[in-house]
Design a protein around this ligand. Structure first.
Ligand code: RBF
Length: 162
């Protein structure tokens, strides 16, 4: 099966993001990749009508810190949804597994605890090339996909609560 291009989607299926407030938390590890994810996410939010002043972008040292960084954004700012961006590349030790499991479980818990969308934008790859391919390379940009997901989840929440 061909791998999906992360930046290709039906433009008409994305609701307007105007009036929505977004937090973005980005890991500094593998910044060549995570910086590109963040740029993709910001560009996509703006493209769909989000206002620059309604996007709060913060950095944390590594992917393991993403969960707490996201919780800080939920607790201490007025954002409606939080996009979580990191990149964990398989190394020689089992750190990969521990970090991926920790972040996945952490983000799952945040979604439930805050009843807000916390979007999983963590690349988990075997090598750097696979990550580059998904950070603005030949398979698009996971940051774009994460931004579209955040908009759609907020639109769903708005639809059901207004
Ligand atoms: N953080 C990442 O975001 N991506 C990685 O690929 C990554 N690999 C790591 C490998 C090792 C051996 C260690 C010790 C840490 C790694 N980290 C990575 C950093 C981790 O997410 C966290 O910032 C630190 O463990 C401090 O809590």
């Amino acid at each position: 099966m061909a791998t999906k291009n992360l930046s290709e989607y039906d433009l008409a299926s994305v609701p307007s993001a105007s009036g929505m407030k977004f937090g973005i938390v980005v890991a500094e590890w593998n910044y060549e990749i995570t910086g590109a994810l963040a740029q993709g996410a910001v560009d996509t939010l703006l493209k769909h009508g989000a206002k620059d002043e309604n996007i709060v972008l913060k950095h944390v040292p590594g992917s393991f810190e993403l969960t707490l960084g996201a919780q800080y954004l939920a607790e201490f700012t007025k954002v409606d949804a939080i996009i979580i961006l990191g990149c964990v590349i398989q190394g020689e030790t089992r750190h990969f597994d521990f970090i991926c499991e920790g972040v996945t479980q952490g983000i799952t818990n945040l979604n439930i605890k805050y009843n807000k969308p916390f979007i999983f934008g963590l690349l988990t790859t075997d090598n750097q090339q696979q990550a580059l391919d998904r950070a603005g390379g030949k398979l698009g940009n996971k940051g774009d996909e994460a931004a579209v997901t955040a908009i759609k989840m907020l639109a769903l929440k708005n639809e059901l609560t207004t």
